[in-house]
Design a protein around this ligand. Structure first.
Ligand SMILES: Cc1cc2nc3c(=O)[nH]c(=O)nc-3n(C[C@H](O)[C@H](O)[C@H](O)COP(=O)(O)OP(=O)(O)OC[C@H]3O[C@@H](n4cnc5c(N)ncnc54)[C@H](O)[C@@H]3O)c2cc1C
Length: 486
């Protein structure tokens, strides 16, 4: 069978593109190297829905940021994705910083960011009581927010899947070739799938899909994608109230700088730094990195108690090496009428993702893809029930309907067996421990899965009809239990 569209990569760019294409009468296939949705940069980032003042006006980042940010809020509300419109501060500590936030304000105005203002004096500390008294002014953007990036990506993928899109995991694309009828075959070296159009949304792996092929206008050579790691510390939810807004320092050449922010789940996130790494899968956390982000966080909030950290992690940015430093959403050099690259989607790629996807779909239309609306499209997914958020009466009814709703598996996050079973049985449901963790947060709390992992492993085995020894953390090669030697 020839698909209408194959999307390579189920990060937020690929997932959101599948979601937008699902509105049309099209057969879409998403091919993902990892064992689940959001296996790359979408898995580990700051999760800020940026307001859109950072990007240089006129660039794609500048054009897509505000609309993307607005759409993320709408989609989150519609599909029950954890999201909070908390607003953000970019903090100034000296005159140079103040000039910088003024420049960001002007950019924001040009990009269409609503309601920004520069705040000074006591007002700053009324709004953000734990902010460093060395902060002299801040650019306040009330439209910024925080979102759960995995839930956003899985929610839109569920909708795409329910509307007919196919997803294949553990499929690492190694090449693309042209068929006699002009369609393309996408292969992992063993099998192949064909489509009339292909979107390369492979994140940090995008430049390897067709070597030397991402070549935007105005660049003198093809774009390479460099992995740039950002490390984080996550603080316990007990610290949840210390920051009301996302608090940034002024950005640097390498990125938006270290931030202190609430998360959509009530923790506090601190980080990231920005360091080039040679291995795109290098998500290690280093003592130097922790020291760097701790110092950055103390600049914003001198009394922050970093001893309340419950975990550390890192994400890898797909940094495009090019003059423009912009998203590289360009037609292929080799297959210009069939292959579209959506590469180099660095921050604010999460916040911009719905607008990025609209842009991608628009170009596919220009390339000849028929975008005929599907009257049967349903923009909904099965309800998500969170035991912790239920009223006593709702809890009673849930337990009466199925006692699994009364068995708490993850004590830190109060996650029941009922929720875990739902996470596994949903469309594109969890197939491994990380899949459960990202969908329902079992293992995300203070003990980081120390208590619940064996029980989640047993539930996965039972639900999937699999041997416990075959249950993995995140796909083949990450089996949790060792088979006893004979
Ligand atoms: C440290 C850090 C902080 C960030 N903070 C923010 C923020 O606060 N707000 C914001 O808006 N953005 C932020 N971003 C940026 C945001 O995370 C990215 O822009 C976004 O996740 C990119 O999504 P993507 O789908 O393009 O790439 P990815 O999420 O990396 O997805 C690409 C997918 O392709 C798959 N893949 C790769 N190679 C192949 C292959 N050969 N075959 C098949 N599949 C393949 C990968 O496994 C992956 O799942 C941050 C990023 C990082 C790393």
């Amino acid at each position: 069978m020839t698909y209408d569209v194959i999307i390579i990569g189920a990060g937020i760019t690929g997932a959101m593109t599948a979601y937008k294409l699902a509105r049309c009468k099209l057969r879409t296939l998403v091919l993902e190297k990892g064992s689940d949705i959001a296996s790359g940069a979408t898995r580990a980032n700051s999760a800020i829905v940026h307001a859109g003042y950072d990007a240089v006006p006129g660039t794609l980042k500048g054009k897509l940021g505000v609309d993307g940010s607005r759409q993320v809020g709408e989609i989150a509300r519609r599909l029950n994705v954890p999201y909070k419109n908390c607003g953000s501060f970019v903090c100034a500590f000296d005159e140079k910083d103040e000039e910088h936030i003024k420049m960001l304000y002007d950019r924001g105005v040009a990009n269409g960011v609503p309601d920004m203002r520069i705040i000074r004096g006591e007002k700053l500390f009324e709004m953000e009581p734990n902010l460093s008294r060395a902060c002299t002014a801040a650019l306040y953007a009330p439209s910024a927010g925080i979102v759960c990036p995995w839930t956003l990506a899985t929610a839109v993928s569920e909708v795409a899947s329910l509307n007919g899109a196919d997803f294949v995991f553990n499929f690492a694309v190694s090449g693309v070739s042209e068929n006699a009828d002009g369609s393309l075959t996408v292969t992992d070296g063993k099998t192949g799938y064909s489509a009339r159009y292909v979107v390369n949304a492979a994140g940090v792996g995008a430049d390897k899909i067709v070597e030397g092929d991402i070549w935007p206008e105005g660049e003198d050579k093809p774009v390479r994608i460099n992995p740039r790691r950002g490390e984080y510390v996550l603080l316990d939810s007990e610290m949840g109230g210390i920051a009301r807004h996302t608090l940034f320092v002024c950005p640097s050449e390498k990125g938006k700088g270290i931030l202190v922010s609430p998360t959509a789940h009530g923790n506090i996130i601190v980080g990231p730094n920005a360091n080039e790494v040679s291995d795109p899968d290098d998500t290690s956390v280093t003592p130097e990195g922790i020291a760097e982000i701790s110092a950055g966080a103390r600049k914003i909030m001198p009394d922050i108690n970093l001893r309340t950290a419950i975990t550390q992690f890192a994400g890898v940015r797909p940094t495009p090496v090019c003059r423009s430093k912009d998203y590289c959403i360009v037609r292929s050099k080799k297959f210009p009428s069939r292959l579209l690259h959506a590469a180099g989607i660095e921050s604010p790629g999460l916040a911009s993702s719905p607008a990025v996807a609209d842009y991608v779909v628009g170009i596919l239309g220009e390339m000849g893809l028929e975008l005929i609306p599907d009257p049967d499209f349903r923009d909904e997914r099965p309800p998500v029930r969170r035991f912790k958020e239920m009223s006593d009466e709702e809890k009673r009814l849930a337990i009466a309907s199925d006692p699994a709703w009364g068995r708490i598996i993850c004590r830190c996050e109060t996650i029941t067996e009922g929720e875990i079973i739902d996470a596994i049985r949903r469309p594109l449901g969890a197939r491994d421990l990380d899949g459960v963790k990202r969908r329902v947060r079992a293992g995300m709390g203070r003990c980081q899965g120390g208590f619940c992992s064996p029980r989640v492993t047993a539930i996965l085995a039972r639900e999937l009809g699999a041997d416990m020894y075959d249950i993995t953390k995140k796909g083949p090669g990450s089996e949790i239990l060792m088979r006893p030697s004979k």
